[in-house]
Design a protein around this ligand. Structure first.
Ligand SMILES: Cc1ncc(C[n+]2csc(CCOP(=O)(O)OP(=O)(O)O)c2C)c(N)n1
Length: 366
């Protein structure tokens, strides 16, 4: 397992992993501070979104608490031309690619139907149907290869693709099919599996009998396991294998070993299926605390951490105010985008819903 930072925040490059260490050598202090700021921003955003859902302001929330290092590190390892195909929990990766946080909240409040324009950001839409985004990513990477955009001789032109998915998704045929197509087409793709150890209430042991980083090898996709709570390992390993993919090395799989500290979603109660002791064990390995320890060893003082905490409170206030101001979408939205042309069954359902809402009298059903 690639670990560059111990849980005590000590940095070191184990023998055999020097190629990853070179990526850290190129980082500046400003990069380190950016990594920490974004992990903290992600955590604060996430906790506020959970509170907003509990107060009835969002239909659902999908927490990524505990997975910030895996997401922020790898997000920054993705290059400026590359395309990203996330599942539904990649708020941290979204932060690294300029997605407006309110776009995510709007989607989970149901006031928009997708979130953002992938053409502008190369960060594609969230995918709720497990594994579909991995097929989309593989198809995209095959297209990149067919278009000759790999190993062009101009590093600024080359591009690669990364897809994020969970341990549970690896049990879907879609993921195995993706491995096969990616391997046989030598496609420029990195498969990034966040093994957060639970697929709702199913433990990872029920999804696989071999370590997940080996899952691609039978298809011809080599892989490696990283400590997913180590932001530097996540950054360096992603950056190297995205570079390799752009240079024509073919597909690669990264398994980031991490833990879903919160609930699967706000509709889930994890105390029903897992032990408190397990959660406490992982809380003690919190990725933010580990990186804070590293930064303090580097001489970063308290004023930086105070500034980050203050920025978090400001962010929380801003997103609360913006969420309260959203209101409710017109009911027509739900029906208008099902077919490109008006459709009798949609019109019938809309008329039924309007009559139903009207039956509540003044103020409607909201
Ligand atoms: C094809 C499909 N089957 C089932 C579901 C229901 N479902 C939603 S999330 C989930 C668990 C996914 O676990 P994992 O892939 O480990 O990702 P995580 O949610 O832990 O990030 C399931 C079974 C779904 N969304 N899509």
């Amino acid at each position: 397992m690639v670990q560059l930072l111990t849980p005590e925040g000590e940095f070191g490059v184990p023998r055999g992993y020097e190629a990853y260490g070179e990526y850290i050598d190129r980082l500046t202090e400003a990069d380190y501070l950016k990594f920490y700021r974004d992990m903290a921003r992600c955590r604060r955003f996430d906790n506020e979104a959970t509170a907003l859902q509990r107060q009835g302001q969002l239909g659902l929330w999908i927490p990524a608490v505990g997975q910030e290092a895996a997401q922020i590190g790898s997000g920054y390892g993705v290059g400026h031309n590359d395309h990203i195909f996330p599942s539904y929990r990649e708020h941290g990766v979204a932060i690294t690619h300029g997605i407006e946080l309110m776009s995510i909240l709007k989607m989970l409040r149901g006031v928009n139907h997708g979130g953002w324009n992938p053409e502008e950001t190369r960060f594609h839409l969230y995918a709720i149907v497990l594994g579909t985004q991995v097929l989309h990513a593989t198809g995209y990477a095959m297209g990149v290869k067919f278009d000759g955009k790999v190993a062009t001789g101009n590093k600024d032109e080359d591009l690669a693709v990364i897809s994020y998915f969970g341990d549970g998704a690896t049990a879907e045929g879609d993921v195995s099919e993706s491995f096969l197509f990616a391997a046989t087409h030598h496609a420029p793709i990195v498969f990034f599996c966040q093994n957060n150890q639970w697929a709702i209430s199913s433990p990872v042991e029920s999804q696989t009998k071999v370590p997940l980083y080996l899952r691609g090898s039978g298809f011809g996709v080599p892989g490696i396991r990283i400590d997913g709570n180590d932001v530097l390992a996540s950054y360096a390993v992603t950056a190297k294998h995205m570079d390799d993919a752009r240079a024509g090395a073919g597909p690669f799989m990264i398994e980031a070993l991490t833990y879903r500290v919160g609930a699967h979603t706000t509709s889930d109660d994890p105390t029903k299926y897992r032990e408190d002791a397990e959660v406490e064990y992982w809380k003690a390995r919190d990725p933010l605390i580990r990186f804070e320890k590293f930064l303090r060893r580097q001489g970063i003082g308290q004023s930086f951490f105070d500034e980050v905490a203050e920025a978090g409170e400001k962010l929380a206030e801003e997103i609360r105010a913006a969420t309260f101001a959203l209101g409710n979408p017109p009911v027509e939205n739900m029906f208008n985008h099902v077919y490109s042309e008006p459709h009798p069954s949609m019109q019938e359902q809309l008329a039924w819903l309007k009559a139903y809402e009207a039956s509540f009298g003044e103020g409607g059903a909201h």
